[in-house]
Design a binder for this molecule. Sequence first.
Ligand code: HXC
Length: 315
Amino acid sequence: MSLPKSAYLSDVWRDGIFNNKVIFCTGGAGSICSAQVRAMVHLGANACIVGRNVEKTERVAKDIATARSGAKVLGIGAVDVRNFDSLKAAVDKCVKELGGVDFVIAGAAGNFLASIDQLSVNAFKSVMDIDVLGSFNTLKATVPHLLESAAKHKSDGETPSPTGTGGRIIFVSATIHYTAMALQTHVSVAKAGVDSLSNSVAIEFGPRGITSNVIAPGPIKDTEGINRLARAQDVAARHAQVPLGRYGTVKEVADATVYIFSDSGNFVNGSTVVVDGAAWRNHSTDVGSGFQYPDFLISGEEVTGVSGLKKQSKI
Ligand code: HXC
């Protein structure tokens, strides 16, 4: 299904900034990663997405290609990021057919809600393997090409490289491990590992021109992630918990991707861009002592009924 640009990209970016570039993405048929890739394709890149499901990966690749006339998007199914050889074969095919790899998104992830009591050793291992080992495998399979691209597209921070940017990787993570979340131990541990991997890549490969960053989406509407974590009937309460009062959109994650991969992200390395409306900072639904969030703040009422009060100043 061809999507309007407004579904996956803001108007602030210039068409053509990723001309002649190639993006490789794991988990690229998923709701968030497909929007990230679609945005890059719209702005000039060709792409290769990989996933386990053959039919879905091929279908989404065809769909992403509609974002720009002349775009080439490979969809390679039956690729499990836990299996290095299948991933390496996909990268080789991408390089052969599209000419290289300039940008990588390590987006494949596994998730389900389960308490530690309900979590078998194999269930924990499955998520660790998909998220942590899979991200490492993605890096190992693509890094020779990222190094090549980084060497061709250096930035001194002042004069834009005439050939644009390249040699950049983004790991898609989460925010739940910043605090902790019940029923998400496996994912919290895994995403902490993913963040740590990105930080190590930033310092080990930075001297050779590669940048490595994390995008940490919060609750994003109409995604497999949110559908696995929140019940539909709880949406209003979940929105109220987000300081910006709503779930995010895949477009907002895609915009963060373009920020990091384009000239605007030249000096951004070893960072995490959190796209969550400040949701992770707000783990309580009330301000404290029963003052309901955000209703109490919006009401303009004064705090009453507790000790230690002072006359409140008005702005
Ligand atoms: C408890 C479960 C379970 C569940 C699977 N398992 N689902 N345990 N509760 N709901 C257990 C199985 O019983 C098995 O353990 C082990 O996990 C492996 O399951 P398999 O189905 O055999 O493995 P596999 O096919 O590899 O599936 C991997 C998966 C699955 C992670 C379990 O959910 C999956 O394929 N997910 C991919 C898509 C996905 O999750 N997308 C969402 C990403 S969103 P036993 O002991 O029985 O052998 C995201 C956002 C994160 O990541 C941040 C959110 C804020």
